[in-house]
Design a protein around this ligand. Structure first.
Ligand SMILES: Cc1ncc(COP(=O)(O)O)c(C=O)c1O
Length: 376
């Protein structure tokens, strides 16, 4: 089936005896055994539960991968991946990265004896130079958060060779627009809190891989730690995924039109959106993705203007997240990237004049009207 049909029909309850169209919420912590040494396939909900399991299969099939795992949040997914590494391992990550991933890498991983290096993962000669004998993995976010830098996934695979693990955070584009496993990644990771869930009502995270052995190790981690997604949250993400393809189409339309409009606003100095032909990652995006997504960052003329916009927006919400049906505006400096060092923020362009928009599915005219009055 094509992606749109998988979104709608991809989650199936294998225990269905009633004809229920929706996968039920199996709100049970434990499962009784038919006999000694016998199992229904479910024993204890930390290990697996019958609402999470179809969701994991659904996300795996959307990403064209063999195995999917659903976590309590995107960060729980990143942390589980880090559990595959050992003390002394070297990790390379995209320099412009979601601030929570930077916090996890800097604080928790360095404490665990892992060495983390940040660089522009689209600079292949630099990347080749930084590979060390102990480099275990490269962690790529593309487009990156919040500067919308695009990394060539195929080129990274070629540069790092077959032995270094390639992880791609696909939160911004979703499998509707980009499928990193088909481009050479070993793992694709998501904050399902964003577009996959799509309604700003639940946290979730995902990892999909074709490496069965690593998938088993990840399952061992979730079963041991208890970071698998709960039944109710799994239900909400299954429901959200049914309209993922439609939401992406509408969000992306709103984003492209809003990006074009922003470029003509006197108080807007720069617009970062790969869908604009002048964006340095425009052609590359076209070569590896089926769209540009619905995230825009833009720089205004002063910190005062940035503050005014955040204070004055009406139905556009000043909130930290993205990927839902509601249009959100974020101040990366104080919100998503507050834990990134000032020096690094300055180097990347995350200033007190930078704002980030996650376009929702509202009427475009209303979005532009709200932005216009906030910028006035
Ligand atoms: C690109 C990206 N990856 C991962 C995460 C972490 O996900 P979660 O908030 O679900 O833990 C986020 C959260 O904003 C994100 O934007």
């Amino acid at each position: 089936m094509k992606i749109a049909s998988i979104c709608v029909h991809g989650a199936k309850d294998k225990n269905n005896t009633t004809g229920a169209v929706a996968v039920p919420i199996y709100q049970s912590a434990t499962f009784s055994h038919p006999g000694v040494g016998d199992t229904t396939g479910y024993d204890y909900a930390r290990v697996q539960n019958p609402t999470r399991e179809p969701l994991e299969r659904l996300v795996a099939s959307l990403e064209k991968g063999a195995q999917g795992l659903a976590f309590t949040s995107g960060m729980a997914a990143v942390d589980a991946f880090m559990g595959l590494l050992a003390p002394g391992d070297h990790l390379i990550a995209t320099s412009d990265l979601y601030g929570g991933s930077v916090r996890l890498f800097n604080v928790l991983c360095q404490r665990a004896g892992l060495v983390v290096d940040y660089l522009d993962t689209n600079n292949q000669s630099l990347l080749a130079k930084r590979i060390r004998p102990n480099t275990r993995a490269v962690f790529v976010e593309t487009p990156s958060n919040p500067m919308m830098m695009v990394t060539d996934i195929r080129a990274v695979r070629k540069t790092i060779g077959p032995d270094v693990l390639l992880v791609v955070d696909n939160t911004f584009l979703t499998p509707v627009l980009q499928r990193p496993l088909e481009l050479g990644a070993d793992f694709v990771l998501h904050s399902g809190t964003k577009y996959l869930g799509g309604h700003n009502d639940t946290l979730s995270g995902f990892i999909v891989t074709n490496h069965l052995e690593y998938a088993e190790r990840l399952r061992y981690i979730t079963k041991t730690v208890g970071t698998g997604l709960a039944p109710f949250d799994s239900f909400l993400v299954i429901r959200g995924l049914k309209t993922l393809h439609l939401r992406m189409e509408r969000c992306q339309y709103n984003a492209l039109e809003t990006a074009k409009w922003l470029t003509s606003q006197p108080k807007v100095k720069k617009v970062y959106y790969p869908g604009l032909p002048e964006h340095p990652g425009h052609a590359l995006s076209q070569s590896q993705a089926e769209g540009f997504g619905a995230m825009i960052s833009f720089e205004v003329d002063s910190a005062q203007t940035a503050e005014n916009v955040l204070e004055k927006v009406n139905f556009i919400l000043y909130a930290e997240s993205l990927g839902g049906v509601e249009t959100l505006i974020t101040y990366p400096l104080l919100q998503t990237h507050s834990d990134v060092s000032e020096e690094k923020r300055e180097a990347l362009g995350i200033t007190d004049r930078l704002l980030r928009l996650s376009l929702g599915v509202e009427d475009l005219e209303d979005i532009l009207k709200d932005l216009a009055q906030a910028l006035a």
